[in-house]
Design a binder for this molecule. Structure first.
Ligand code: HEM
Length: 197
């Protein structure tokens, strides 16, 4: 169950969101296609080093995981009495870290509901405050699959965009998702049009 929820549903959900945001943002889709063409010759093998150094692909994936993070909150239990921001917190207290609320807080991300991958372009990334962007959590118990998931999502996107164009249809705006595991949002239904390039 753990590996299905942690390793499969998270990545699958992000990829669904990606196809939707590609369809709704043709300008970003075209920018990605251009970056793919300049990074890899036609149908050249996709190698890890070049894949992971594509700035706009990286920014696009990061922005999706900000606005539609699949793990929307995590919990921790204090193992000792401690102080947090001057407040006494006794041992055994459950602390909820509201990942999605942090990601859409306008103090951290201006116009938080706007999909703007440029926030994560290299020249802007230094504007992001520590611990405000936590799609994979942080610290010693963060996601062990983070690097694998990022590679998998980027690889899949490049493969898909080389062959297909994603277009919006009437139902694309409507999002139908549910949170069966409380913390992990899963898509119930999402519709886009797909066309061969
Ligand atoms: C987009 C994809 C993914 C996202 C957003 C994601 C997110 C997260 C987050 C936020 C945590 C911390 C949970 C907590 O502290 O309560 C976590 C933990 C974990 N993730 Fe992922 N994950 C993803 C993909 C994967 C993949 C592909 C695998 C395995 C192949 C994986 C395996 C795990 C495991 C085993 C843990 C528990 C680590 C521990 O407790 O030490 N995840 N993940």
């Amino acid at each position: 169950m753990n590996i299905i929820a942690a390793g499969y549903e998270t990545t699958a959900t992000q990829l669904c969101f990606m196809t939707r945001l590609l369809a709704l943002n043709p300008n970003h889709q075209n920018r990605l296609v251009d970056e793919i063409k300049t990074t890899f010759d036609d149908n050249a093998d996709i190698d890890y080093d070049r894949l992971m150094k594509m700035p706009f692909l990286d920014a696009f994936v990061k922005e999706i995981m900000r606005i539609n993070c699949s793990v929307n909150r995590i919990d921790r239990i204090t193992t000792n009495d401690t102080y947090l921001g001057g407040i006494f917190v006794p041992k055994g207290t459950v602390i909820i870290i509201p990942i999605w609320a942090l990601h859409v807080d306008p103090d951290h991300f201006p116009d938080p509901m706007e999909f703007k991958p440029d926030r994560f372009m290299p020249h802007n990334e230094n504007l992001i405050k520590d611990y405000t962007y936590l799609p994979f959590a942080t610290g010693p118990r963060n996601c062990i699959g983070m690097r694998f998931a990022l590679m998998e999502m980027k690889y899949t996107l490049v493969r898909l965009l080389r062959k297909y164009e994603f277009l919006a249809c009437d139902e694309t705006q409507d999002l139908d998702y549910f949170t069966p595991l409380v913390q992990i949002a899963c898509m119930k239904q999402m519709k886009v049009r797909v066309k061969h390039r």
